[in-house]
Design a protein. Sequence first.
Length: 724
Amino acid sequence: MANFFFDQMTQAEANSFQPGVDQLVFLTATASQTTVIFNPLTLTAAPSITIIAEGNTLNFAESLAGAPGTGINFNLFQDSSDLFIGTTGNDSVMGTAASDGLFGGDGADTLNGGSAGNDLLQGNQGNDSLVASSGIDTIFGGQGDDSIVLSAGGASATATNFAQGNLGNDTIVGSSHADTILGGQGDDNITGGGGGDYLDGNLGNDTVHASSAGPDTLSGEGGNDSLVATGSGHDSISGGAGDDTISDSTSAGHDTIDSGAGNDQITVANGSDQITAGDGVDSITVTTGGHDTITAGSGNDVISTAGGGDLITLGDGNDHVTITGGSGDDTLTLGSGNDVIVGSSAGDDSISAGLGNDDVTFAGGFHTVTLGNGDDSIDLGGGSGVIGVGNGNDNISGVGDDSTITAGTGHDSIDITGGSATLSFAGNDTITDSSASGHNVITSTGSGNDDIHLSDTTSTSGGDTISLGNGTNTASDLGFHGATITAGNGQDSITTGAGDDNITGGSGDDTITSGGGTDIISSGAGNDSIHFLGQGGIQGGAGDDTINGATATGNSLIDGGAGNDQITMGSTADTITGGAGNDTITAGGGGTGHDQISGGGGNDLFVFSPGQSIANPNTAEVITDWTSSDHLQIGTLGAGGAVFVGTDTVVAANFNAAITQANADLSGTDKYVAIQVSGVGVVVFADTSTPGTIGTPDHHITVDDDAIILQGASLSSISGTNFI
């Protein structure tokens, strides 16, 4: 082997240089003074050139051509920091422990920074393999599909390597310390090391993976990227503009994720992460119950969380959110799209501010839902909550115990499935109670036409309270324990069940039907119709009212109020007041007692059936305010035949004396006889045992006939014109 010692090599010396055998030795030159130029030459074998001197530059102005299929190996810079510029061939360069500068040239080069030193490696053109030293290195891949491997950046954990793939589909692997890696324009594969890395795929469809315990930063930028974080640090992930896939499935840190524009898929687990989606159609899945903050964009997003107490804000798209399991209290703010929310029974969730036609479903639990003016659907699944909807046509179902619902002016439908609820609404609404239990408070505040059907058939206490608005409403409450119903000024239809009800009508023409029980009914102004089956106090109010207690089971107090009323009662012992107006009162007989009837002001008609008011002081019907303008109708007897008025006053206030007087005065064609009874008034007897004829053989009224007591009246107040 020959050593060439020179300051300037001559052509003859260069021609005698033997590759792989001889060495170039620079004796006195410095790095800035030394230039080695190889003019074109052909080597017959893969050469190996070693430069021992310090601070030199080896510049191949032309290519070195080895044997076919072979490369050129250079073992450079054994002593200090040097610079190597490669050829157009496939170069292989090994740096030293010093800080080297290695430039590969056009071929598929292999550049190794050596054992140490802060090196600069650049592959340039070609599919290069670049390996960093243990120093703090800077590596540029160049235009080809490069492979870059970073080593640990010195002894300091804060040391940072820098690598950039540039053009091409590059593969870059980080070190165990903090690296900065940029992918460039191709479809790059970037894997971080053990430090807190900054990993940026840049342009292209990149795959970026961080797994350190440090705070990693992953960025996809342009392209359809795959970003994966599997470490335990607090990572920051940015998807960029493409359709990205982001996975943070095993990281336990509190990560920040921004998917950017595009249709992205995001999966996270553990930790409490902050997730921001862009304006694309995004999919966000949270598999474990951390306290996550999720902000969706304007696309139609699909979000699935584990119910860890998440804060979710939706954009203006038509979003779908599923909350599965978990006991956290989730908070959702909806956008202007038509959103679908499916929740679980656990956790007290809060949903608010949707402007679209939203669909919210829960499987129980207690929730707070406040929606906007869209046509919304809410199913509490038998759970409870505080529900507020706007002026749309809403459907609310599965309302459980202790719920409060406030609806707007739309056509709403609300179904109570369990327990007690408080409802308030203003539109044309339909309210049903399929639970058959509980005490509900229902208030209609508007002028809509409402339809309310409740059925408390199983609970042991309580009852419903219903306040109707001013529309034409239908309220049905068939509970065992009564209802309190207050109507508005519309034409309402009210039906109650066997409980003890308290019903107050409004100024409209109301129809009120109550079942068994002791009811208190006041129909208010208007021409009302009242039909009751139990007992209680009934007041018609102003207007021409119809009151029917023909099948009532108990003794009642009836007041028709002002107006021309129609009052019909049954066999119970009732107290009936017609009130002002021309009333028609049909008393059904007092049973073991007798009715107390007052027509009130006006020309009243009192109607009795044959056999109803038997001539007995304990069962005869009593009219307390008879006037000469009133009329009697007893069955079909009509007005035919003379009315005999007894001329003698019967002193004894008993019917035996009155009957005796009637026997004395009755003729064969008479149907009625009126007797003045001292201390009683006038007793009118009707021949009803054999209508139209006188009983045989003695032609007198018997105790089988009817008697009507006109309490406090005189004989001058009754004549044949009073009978019809």
